[in-house]
Design a protein around this ligand. Structure first.
Ligand SMILES: NC(=O)C1=CN([C@@H]2O[C@H](COP(=O)(O)OP(=O)(O)OC[C@H]3O[C@@H](n4cnc5c(N)ncnc54)[C@H](O)[C@@H]3O)[C@@H](O)[C@H]2O)C=CC1
Ligand SMILES: O=c1[nH]c(=O)c2[nH+]cn([C@@H]3O[C@H](COP(=O)(O)O)[C@@H](O)[C@H]3O)c2[nH]1
Ligand SMILES: [K+]
Length: 503
């Protein structure tokens, strides 16, 4: 009878990834191992970078159709993190960071109605989205110092609709500090039988309005790990920069606004420009983690590690909106890229982010098991309520716009400062503009996705990311390349019709 330890089945990762093929997630399949723990025993806590710990290995990509404040807050509240994009001015990007930092409760950017104290409310349309309207000095989103509030019922009973708001607004508005926890706010609403309560900052600015519906919404979501917060309880937030001279000033503004980690955003990160920017950022702000990239080779990775990065972003051309491999003929299959970069970065203890190409929970299991510490996602998150933009209907389907940061549309948004000096140059797109289906809130589908990832880890016999990486490096993890037919077999096939519902 064969001894268990003598059985050779499948390939080790070293063998599979050294045969000259560029594999992506769908090309490979892991062989199951041995289960001796329940799914809930799987711990997905990890590191984004040297000094940033996450309880959930998910990162929202710095793209203008993916990560602004609402997404950053939602991801951090789940235990992941969001990286706020830089396709805007430094002032705008810093404001997005400040906004994310001022929230303690996940929110969806609804337009809170504001009026100026000298305004008159002539018709009821201002109350369309809210049962009241808030009075601030300039009556706008920018200056949010709260002066009063007008209730719709009060306005209804008003005989002179041409009266100025200042004459009848309620001045002593009951508010809670924006630093209140979700439980405090929910408890306060219930105890006082209130429908909503404004949350204001130390200097009296309106930060958010939480209603009973919000409480119901948030309570209805499954709970995940610990949120990603700093010492004061504020959510940790990342931000991206480029490698132009002007990005040095941007970097300063982002750090002043409270950015906790900086991602240097480039499709080919192994450049003199990036190496100089890494050194500059580490010298100016030694306490802030700097993530370099993107890289797909061991050589690129080692060069950035030597320059001092605290984390690496891996992926070139694998994103759903990417055309880099078609346009430039450069890149790498994402499974190979993740495995190769992780194998060198792990020697220096530098965590890597598998960026792009994630379209299901299986891809996340593959990325993490092949050596990544986190996954960065664009399309997977872009259809959520927390992503920027509004839903539209396309052929009867509810969708949100999603575009590549190297698409012509994103580059010519005007704010692509990195190209501002080069307006005379010819621009070549490396991405497309598209749309993704509505997925609801990330607060719901990320916990379900993580549960699926835990099941994958259980099948592999890994109860943590560290355990999975240990299986990988020791050669205990066995895998194979799937033929085209095996890939078809691995999906749903041979049915006349079916409905695919994951949870
Ligand atoms: N992950 C991926 O596969 C890809 C991602 N993208 C995304 O598209 C956006 C744009 O990416 P890239 O075009 O790679 O941006 P990039 O800023 O790295 O490069 C744009 C061009 O500017 C040049 N450049 C950068 N810094 C410079 C400096 N200081 N002086 C002179 N020239 C300089 C670069 O060599 C390059 O020709 C990013 O958000 C990136 O993440 C684009 C393509 C592929
Ligand atoms: O070739 C590219 N052209 C682009 O215009 C572009 N924009 C973003 N990215 C990269 O794609 C990642 C998101 O990919 P997914 O939608 O597959 O999650 C992102 O995280 C980026 O790494 C681009 N790549
Ligand atoms: K692609």
């Amino acid at each position: 009878m064969a001894n268990l330890t003598d059985i050779e089945d499948g390939f080790s990762a070293t063998k599979l990834f050294n045969q000259g093929y560029s594999y992506t997630y769908d090309d490979v399949i892991f062989l199951p191992h041995y289960i001796d723990f329940p799914t809930d025993a799987v711990n997905l806590s990890t590191k984004l970078s040297t000094n940033i710990n996450l309880s959930v290995p998910c990162v929202a990509s710095p793209m203008d159709t993916v990560t602004e404040s609402s997404m950053a807050v939602a991801m951090a509240s789940l235990g992941g993190i969001g990286i706020i994009h830089s396709n805007n001015t430094a002032v705008e990007q810093a404001a997005l960071i400040r906004s994310a930092k001022s929230h303690r409760i996940p929110y969806v950017s609804t337009d809170i109605p504001f009026v100026n104290p000298n305004d008159c409310i002539l018709d009821s349309s201002v109350f369309d989205t809210f049962p009241c309207v808030f009075v601030t000095e300039n009556g706008c989103q920018k200056d949010r110092k709260l002066l009063g509030v007008v209730d719709k019922l009060v306005w209804n009973s008003l005989s002179d609709k041409e009266a100025r708001v200042s004459g009848y607004m309620k001045k002593n508005v009951v508010t809670l500090p924006n630093t209140s926890s979700f439980n405090d706010v929910a408890g306060y609403l219930a105890a006082n039988d209130l429908d909503l309560v404004p949350l204001v900052s130390e200097n009296g600015e309106l930060v958010d309005v939480v209603s009973g519906k919000d409480v119901e919404r948030i309570n209805g979501f499954p709970k995940l790990g610990l949120p990603t917060v700093g010492k004061g309880g504020e959510f940790l937030v990342g931000a991206s920069i480029g490698t132009r001279e002007s990005d040095k000033e941007r970097l300063k503004q982002l750090v002043d606004a409270g950015a906790d980690v900086i991602v240097i955003d480039s499709s080919q990160g192994n450049s003199i420009y990036q190496i100089e920017m890494i050194k500059y950022a580490k010298k100016m702000f030694p306490s802030i983690d700097v993530i370099g990239g993107n890289v797909v080779t061991m050589y690129q990775a080692q060069n950035l590690i030597q320059a001092g990065v605290d984390g690496l972003r891996v992926g070139m051309g694998s994103g759903s909106i990417c055309t880099t491999q078609e346009v430039c003929a450069v890149g790498r299959g994402q499974a190979t890229a993740v495995y190769k970069v992780a194998s060198i970065a792990s020697q220096s203890g530098i965590p890597i982010i598998a960026d792009g190409g994630i379209s299901n929970s299986g891809h996340i299991v593959k990325a993490l098991t092949l050596g990544a510490s986190t996954v960065m996602m664009g399309s997977f998150l872009a259809g959520s309520t927390e992503a920027p933009g509004v839903y539209e209907f396309q052929g009867g389907r509810k969708v949100k716009k999603y575009r590549g940061m190297g698409s012509l549309e994103a580059m010519t948004k005007g704010s692509d400062a990195r190209y501002l000096g080069d307006t005379a140059k010819m621009k070549i797109a490396q991405g497309v503009v598209g749309a993704v289906a509505d997925k609801g809130s990330v607060l719901k589908f990320i916990p379900y996705t993580m549960q699926a990832v835990k099941q994958g880890f259980q099948d592999l016999g890994a109860d943590s990311l560290q355990a999975a990486h240990e299986l990988l490096r020791s050669g205990t993890l066995r895998l194979e390349a799937r033929t085209g037919a095996a890939q078809i077999e691995g999906g749903v096939h041979g049915l006349v019709s079916y409905e695919k519902k994951a949870f």
